[in-house]
Design a protein around this ligand. Sequence first.
Ligand code: AMP
Ligand code: ZN
Length: 111
Amino acid sequence: MSDCLFCKIITGDIPADIVYQDDKILVFKDINPKADVHLLMIPKAHIKSLTELNTSYNDLIAYMMLKLPELANDQGLSGGFRTIINTGSEGGQEVFHLHIHLLGGKNLPGF
Ligand code: AMP
Ligand code: ZN
């Protein structure tokens, strides 16, 4: 999607602080962190939100879920972490490319 901010990060047209990537996903630091550690995990495929998923994405979604604790561990979050997926404008989604927030650290705000 040519007008998608996160697709532009995937292509390198917009810079980001990338912490991990492979053929399926990209993980980078949130530009406006809400905690000591605040990463965003996105699929490299342009998927707008959770509502666009179907069973053809089963393997990708499982892959992303299994990668989260690995990333949290790499970030030193041995005491735990929080994951958030905002969906739709009323769900607080601002960027319409599916992303999972990974937050952690001592200053994690209450939910
Ligand atoms: P959401 O509200 O769930 O759609 O989250 C979008 C997130 O993207 C917010 O936490 C923003 O701070 C973050 N964000 C927006 N632009 C950038 C950017 N250029 N690089 C990194 N994170 C960004
Ligand atoms: Zn996109």
